[in-house]
Design a protein around this ligand. Structure first.
Ligand code: AMP
Ligand code: MN
Ligand code: MN
Length: 326
């Protein structure tokens, strides 16, 4: 399927009557923010039949976003709609159970910024030069020539600021700031939004952070740092998957560390892994042969194996790539 430009996609959205909007499992700030910003975009186009459906609930950290209260779980997705809009992900397997609720009659449109060689969808725009999917949604407003409400701008701003770590990660470029400026011009309160995204830590997350800090181990002369969290440790901390967000950055920030790896035991046969790296090490590539992906600086995978096997397989791949970069 050839890639489409945004004007063609916006024209398709204008013609639709009903849409489902969805994003990846274990949604992060960009996933929730860009999906909700898209819902506001469809509203701005005058649509009324808009469903935002996710397999997982909206993380506590983002439940205050305008429109988050209307997000439904997979089972509540209507039986039929014209278009499924998939954002911040370009793989069918990464939208989880939502995929089972997309009828064949619906056209699938994918908007994403991950490194994905064979994107999902009948139409797609997958552009890794965007730092966040929220930037693409902001471009939709410009392309369509519709004004952006403050509610839409808040959602898009959260999407962009979280995926860029507050405009600090290597994905941040001049266009990121120009797009953010358009959002700020709507009158949104940047200080409050930033504080809600970055300066809040739940007690379970604090306990999880303390656990992970104690569990960090090093390899390859300190260039590799990794830690693992068992399901039991998660339970003791009272932590959820969403509480992992950002924790790995503390490991990556340790002086000398080129790549940080964090393992989470989801259950006895499933392990989630996250990678964060400094320039020179491609995280997405290191996880590619294990069914994962993402970006050069941040990638993830969910492995159908127990923690110890996952650790062995991932560290083997990471070490092999670290040696190549030496
Ligand atoms: P995470 O470590 O889960 O925060 O993910 C880091 C980046 O990798 C994000 O951009 C994710 O969307 C992406 N990612 C995570 N898991 C996978 C996966 N199984 N396949 C492809 N990309 C992933
Ligand atoms: Mn995401
Ligand atoms: Mn993203």
């Amino acid at each position: 399927m050839p890639a489409s430009d945004l004007a063609a996609i916006v024209a398709e959205l204008r013609a639709a009557e009903s849409v489902l909007i969805t994003t990846h499992v274990n949604p992060d700030g960009d996933a929730v923010g860009s999906a909700l910003a898209l819902a506001h975009f469809m509203l701005a186009l005058g649509k009324t039949e808009i469903t935002v459906g996710l397999e997982h609930r909206v993380p506590r950290l983002y439940q205050w976003l305008p429109g988050a209260e209307n997000v439904v779980e997979s089972e509540a997705i209507p039986a039929s709609f014209d278009i499924a809009l998939v954002i911040d992900v370009a793989r069918r397997d990464r939208i989880g159970t939502v995929a089972n609720h997309i009828p064949k009659s619906a056209k699938v449109i994918v908007l994403d910024h991950h490194l994905e060689s064979a994107p999902y969808g009948d139409m797609y725009l997958v552009d890794p030069t965007y730092a966040a999917a929220g930037e693409i949604v902001t471009e939709c407003f410009s392309v369509a020539g519709v004004p952006m409400s403050m509610d839409a701008a808040v959602c898009a701003y959260v999407a962009i600021t979280t995926d860029t770590g507050g405009f600090r990660f290597s994905n941040t470029n001049a266009r990121t700031h120009l797009i953010a400026a358009r959002l700020v011009e709507t009158g949104i309160d940047v200080a409050t939004i930033s504080s809600r995204c970055f300066d809040v830590m739940s007690e379970p997350k604090f306990r999880l952070l303390r656990y992970v800090m104690d569990a960090v181990q090093f390899g390859n002369g300190g260039k590799l740092a990794y830690a693992e969290v068992t399901a039991k440790a998660m339970e003791e901390a009272g932590a959820l998957g969403e509480d992992f967000d950002g924790i790995i950055n503390f490991i990556r920030n340790i002086e000398g560390v080129e790549v940080a790896v964090l393992f989470r035991e989801v259950n006895l046969g499933t392990t989630k892994v996250s990678l964060r790296s400094r320039p020179g090490f491609n995280s997405a590539e290191a996880l590619h042969n294990l069914g994962g992906g993402g970006h050069a600086a941040a990638a993830g995978a969910t492995l159908p194996m127990q923690l110890a096997s996952a650790r062995e397989r991932v560290l083997e791949s990471v070490l092999a790539q670290l040696r190549k970069t030496e």
